[in-house]
Ligand binder design. Structure first.
Ligand SMILES: [Zn+2]
Length: 124
């Protein structure tokens, strides 16, 4: 179960994600008109582990939320928060706190948020 604090991030994240569309795959050229069709037609980060590894090298843990696979197999990225802004720092902090409180890993917490985001968008 996500805490209220983390749930409160879902809406701004969804908004920020939506603002990045339309988006085109660099490899096959497929254009995703909006976030919804993007979520419906891509596979959520097949490379969760790679994502975490990659991002943790930069002190970041957001690979899970931002990596997806296009139908053609290419990895596409989407930003879940504006890294220039305070929200990014707060979100990260909230995830780490949540992981500690629930005695789990940030990766699990991020997976939960990802599910929540997908549910929000796809059930609309
Ligand atoms: Zn593609």
């Amino acid at each position: 179960m996500l805490s209220k604090t983390l749930k409160s991030f879902v809406e701004p994240i969804v908004k920020f994600c939506c603002s990045q569309f339309p988006k085109k795959c660099n490899l096959c050229g497929k254009e995703y008109v909006d976030f919804k069709s993007f979520l419906e037609q891509t596979t959520p980060a097949g490379s969760v582990t790679n994502g975490v590894k990659y991002h943790s090298q930069k002190g970041d843990i957001f690979g899970i939320l931002s990596w997806v696979s296009c139908k053609c197999g290419a990895t596409m990225t989407i930003s879940c928060t504006d890294s220039e802004k305070e929200m990014h720092r707060m979100f990260k902090e909230a995830i780490l706190n949540e992981a500690k409180e629930q005695n789990t890993t940030p990766k699990n917490v991020l997976n939960e948020i990802r599910q929540e985001i997908r549910k929000t968008i796809i059930s609309e």
